[in-house]
Design a protein around this ligand. Sequence first.
Ligand code: ADP
Length: 588
Amino acid sequence: GGRAARRPRVTVDSSKAKTSLEALKISLRQLHWREYPFGRRLPCDIYWHGVSFHDNNIFSGQVNKFPGMTEMVRKVTLSRAVRTMQDLFPLEYNFYPRSWILPEELPLFVEEVRMMKDSDPSWKPTFIVKPDGGCQGDGIYLIKDPSDIRQTGSIQSRPAVVQEYICKPLLVDKLKFDIRLYVLLKSLEPLEIYIAKDGLSRFCTEPYQEPTLKNLHQVFMHLTNYSLNIHSGNFIHSDSVNTGSKRTFSSILCRLSSRGADVKKLWSDIISLVIKTIIALTPELKVYYQSDIPAGKPGPTCFQILGFDILLMKNLKPMLLEVNANPSMRIEHEQELSPGVFENVPSPVDEEVKVAVIRDTLRLMDPQNKKRKDIQIKFSLGLPLVAECCSQTAGGMKDKQHKHNSLKLSLKLKFYLKLGLCQTSEHVSEANKDLLDIGPADGPEHETTRTLEPELPSLCLKQVFPKYAKQFNYLRLVDRVAALFIRFLGVKGTTKLGPTGFRTFIRNCKLSNSNFSMACVDILYIDITRRRSSMGIDHKESGMCLQAFVEAFFCLAQKKYKSLPLHQQVTSLIDFCEYQLAVLDEKR
Ligand code: ADP
């Protein structure tokens, strides 16, 4: 159309798109954007990678992967990150099954299960063992007792997660199913998250029965993986979105709503699960980000589509199974024509959902929209705070009180800008309000996009963060610990803190005293890093990774603020450190 011709066309390098190429091509055609399937000598606006950030060497534009995301969502890393949050906020993070990391926590697993069985003899649990880095149901098995873990030497070489098996999933047509939802992490700093309004539901192909010793091994009954069930004789390919072994999530919601289920509440719980999970991942992602794209390097900037696998329990509570950094964007499936003879045929269900997700991700990342938005944001967010600051400092800084106030204010400004928190005056007390206005309706935030592209449907991606930021910001404690960590990493682009960096952190934050000498600091550093390397967790590079730093930080917090609950101890210590560092910066 005339409009599209007048603005310079957005350029997309699709040379590394791999299996998402087909869906990407359709999206680009719909947008009238220019595709470079073999790459381009000049820089492109957007690079579409099929595997990871590092697929291409790029220095500008935007790329659809974050550095470190693949590592972060591995089963063991994800479990660890969620565990940290469960330690701080057990109730908020009860959407992830109780998990243990093997082999390091095998004794703990055995012991905790024994204790729980002792205290409740009627508890007859089942556990699911999943090898780290596996996918598509690979290597997964169910057990009734910790002693059934297969110790064939493989556990030592290949870490795994064992978790409580959810025995009472919601069934549709007597079948177990899970949900694949697409989530766009549009930006890390400030945090921006979108959720696709529709996703896929993947069905088992054998009627479900609660696990017994007899049916434990029946994968078509217990595992919902498409890649497994496709090999069951019962798999139903369907051209319709609401029958067959793969359906749209919206068709399930329709069914549930006609059964009288509270679908709005379900969506609100899912949104909250997604936001909390991403909050658990952001601290380490920021460490990777500064290491691959140090401040001062021109770019690129990153965004990423994540696949969330969610299981609904019978009582409609959503549980997180896993997060995929490279969710399949294939829009065709293999069909067995005769035994051993396969053919790729289009899959309408996949195409409907996935093309919309890619296309609308691109619309949100449109560099021309971004320029407009940046200007808007500068005016609507920054200025009021800057104005507050200026009016405070304008009166002069003669008396001490005034100096203190303006220091506090400029710290506040720096701090909010850093976290990307827009709602400066809002309070945590509002935190537990329900997310009421969700559901299929569009917010007003996309008016610009819609008027610019009249021929396209309204966006299938819905912003959930910062939209609901004020209900979740109180959970972002580890983000603040990560900011301290990154500050002491220096500018070398590393991800690990050496002993000198750790000492500087302690000294600058004034954490050592007569009860806690610098010798104790060194011992703490050595204890934590040594234990982790002896368990084979941190082997690649020596030093203290973020997870270890967080562990040390929690230790320090417990020492300094003994009687409080953990999250208050940690908050107090963060406040203390941030204040000390701000005073130090002011002096410099
Ligand atoms: P993979 O990456 O191999 O797909 P998942 O963690 O997604 O590993 O697990 C595979 C399947 O096993 C899931 O799709 C789900 O059907 C089932 N599953 C996994 N964890 C649990 C659990 N804790 N309770 C019940 N079912 C589970």
